[in-house]
Design a protein around this ligand. Structure first.
Ligand SMILES: Nc1ncnc2c1ncn2[C@@H]1O[C@H](COP(=O)(O)OP(=O)(O)O)[C@@H](O)[C@H]1O
Ligand SMILES: [Mg+2]
Length: 398
C-alpha cells in the first residue's frame, strides 16, 4: 500500500500560481513596452523625415522662397527637442545638427571628429534618410532614438529583473518560514516526548529497585528483563531529549561506535539477517558526532533494510575514507530495492510504503545527519529486487 500524506502539495500549487502570475506580468509588460517602443520609433522617424524634407525645401535647388517656410522648420525644431539628428550635405560636409550636445572647449577639428563618431553610432541604429536636393544631388540625415525612447528600451529588462528578484525573495522567505516551522514542530515534539516519558520512567526504575529488594517474591531473571527494557526506554528518552536541544558533538572512534552498535542491533533482529561491518578507515579514526543520535540514524536505516529484506538477507556496513577529509558509512541491504520514482520521496515526512509505517524514520535520520552533524544522507544506489545502499557522509576535519 502506498501512503503519502502530501502535506506540502497545496503549497506547491500556490507556488506554481505565483510563478505563473509573475511570468504573465513579465511577458505582458515586455510585449506592451515593445509595442509602445515601435510606435514611438515610427513617430520619431516621422519627425526626422519632416526635418529632412524641410532641409530639401530650404536649401534644395528648386527651393521655394525660404522665408515662407521658415516657420515650418521652427515648428519642427520646436516640436522635436529630443531626437538627435545630423544633416550631411551632398558634398559630404556636416551642415546641420539637432539636439546634439557637443562638449564645450573642443577645437573645430575635434568637434568634427565628435560628430563623425556620433554619425557612426546613429548609422548602427537607423538607416539614414535621403534628402533629395534636386539636380540629382542627395544629402543624408542621420538620427538616433530620443533619450526617452532609449530609456524605455531598458524598462522591460529592469522590470523583469525586479520581478525575478521579487520572486526569488518571496520563495526564500516562504521556504525559510516553512523550514522554521518544521524545526519548531520537531524540537517541540521531541522535548515534549522526553518530558512526558521522564516521570513514568523514574517510577518504573523505583519499582525495579523494589523488586530487587525482595528476590524471594520476584524472580531475579524477570527483574533483569524488566530492567533491560527500562534502560532501553531511558535511551529512547535521552535521544528525544538531545534532539530537542542543541546536541553536543564529541570526538568518537567511528570504527568502534559502528561495530558496537551493530553488535547490539544484531542481537535484536532476525538471525536470518547476516550483519557485517568492514572498514577501510584507520583504526583510530575519530569523527565528531553525538553518539546517541548517530546510533539512532544507523538504527533507522538498518531497520528499514531489515523490513525491505522481509527479515532474510545480508546487511553490510562499510566505512571508507573520502577525499576532502570526509568519511562515508555505506549501509547495504539485499532487499526489495526502491523504484526510481520513489527514491526522491523516501526522505519526505509521511512517505511510507508500509502498512504500519509513519514515514518519519528517514526524515529524522536525514535531519540528524544534516542539521546536527553537518553531513549528508542519501540513497547511493538502489535496484528493484536486488537491494539498496544508503550513504552517510560525515566530515572528519579536526
Ligand atoms: N532499505 C530500503 N529498501 C527499500 N525501501 C526502503 C528502504 N529504506 C526505506 N525505504 C522506503 O522508504 C520509506 C520511508 O522509510 P521511513 O522514513 O523509515 O518510514 P517507514 O519505515 O515508517 O515507512 C519506506 O516505507 C520504504 O518504502
Ligand atoms: Mg523506517
Amino acid at each position: 500500500m502506498l501512503k503519502s500524506f502530501d502535506i506540502y502539495s497545496q503549497n506547491n500549487i500556490l507556488k506554481i500560481i505565483v510563478a505563473l502570475n509573475l511570468l504573465l506580468v513579465g511577458t505582458g509588460s515586455l510585449l506592451y513596452t515593445n509595442r509602445l517602443i515601435s510606435r514611438l520609433e515610427d513617430r520619431e522617424e516621422h519627425y526626422v523625415q519632416l526635418y529632412a524634407k524641410s532641409i530639401a525645401y530650404l536649401f534644395g535647388s528648386n527651393s521655394i522662397n525660404a522665408g515662407d517656410l521658415n516657420f515650418v522648420t521652427s515648428e519642427i525644431l520646436e516640436a522635436n527637442k529630443s531626437i538627435p539628428a545630423i544633416y550631411v550635405n551632398p558634398d559630404g560636409q556636416i551642415a546641420g545638427k539637432l539636439n546634439i550636445e557637443v562638449p564645450s572647449n573642443l577645437t573645430d577639428a575635434e568637434i568634427e571628429q565628435f560628430l563623425r563618431k556620433t554619425i557612426d553610432e546613429m548609422r548602427n541604429r537607423h538607416q539614414a534618410l535621403v534628402v533629395d536636393m534636386g539636380n540629382g544631388e542627395r544629402g543624408l540625415v542621420y538620427y538616433n532614438n530620443s533619450s526617452l525612447l532609449r530609456q524605455l528600451q531598458y524598462f522591460p529588462y529592469a522590470l523583469l529583473t525586479i520581478l525575478t528578484a521579487l520572486g526569488v525573495l518571496a520563495y526564500l522567505a516562504f521556504s525559510s518560514s516553512r523550514r522554521a516551522e518544521q524545526n519548531r514542530v520537531w524540537v517541540g515534539l521531541a522535548k515534549e516526548t522526553a518530558h512526558q516519558l521522564g516521570t513514568p520512567m523514574s517510577s518504573l526504575m523505583a519499582w525495579v529497585e523494589y523488586m530487587r529488594s525482595d528476590p524471594a517474591q520476584y524472580d531475579e531473571s524477570i527483574t533483569d528483563e524488566i530492567e533491560k527494557d527500562v534502560r532501553r526506554l531511558e535511551t529512547i528518552t535521552a535521544r528525544f531529549s538531545s534532539i530537542g536541544s542543541i546536541p553536543t558533538l564529541k570526538d568518537e572512534n567511528l570504527n568502534e561506535v559502528v561495530q558496537q552498535f551493530t553488535d547490539y542491533l544484531a542481537r535484536r533482529i532476525s538471525t536470518k539477517v547476516k550483519m557485517s561491518v568492514s572498514s577501510q578507515l584507520p583504526a583510530n579514526q575519530t569523527v565528531k558526532i553525538n553518539k546517541l543520535l548517530f546510533e539512532w540514524v544507523i538504527e533507522n536505516i538498518c531497520k528499514n533494510a531489515v523490513d525491505a529484506m522481509k527479515g532474510v538477507g545480508e546487511l553490510r556496513l562499510n566505512l571508507t575514507p573520502l577525499p576532502h577529509q570526509e568519511v562515508a558509512i555505506d549501509i547495504t541491504d539485499t532487499g526489495k530495492g526502491i523504484s526510481k520514482k520513489n527514491i526522491q520521496k523516501v526522505f519526505t515526512p509521511g512517505f511510507s510504503t508500509k502498512q504500519r509505517g509513519w514515514g518519519l524514520g528517514l526524515t529524522l535520520a536525514k535531519r540528524i545527519v544534516e542539521e546536527y552533524h553537518n553531513g549528508r544522507l542519501f540513497v547511493k544506489s538502489s535496484e528493484v529486487g536486488k537491494g539498496t545502499t544508503f550513504r552517510i557522509v560525515l566530515s572528519a576535519e579536526r
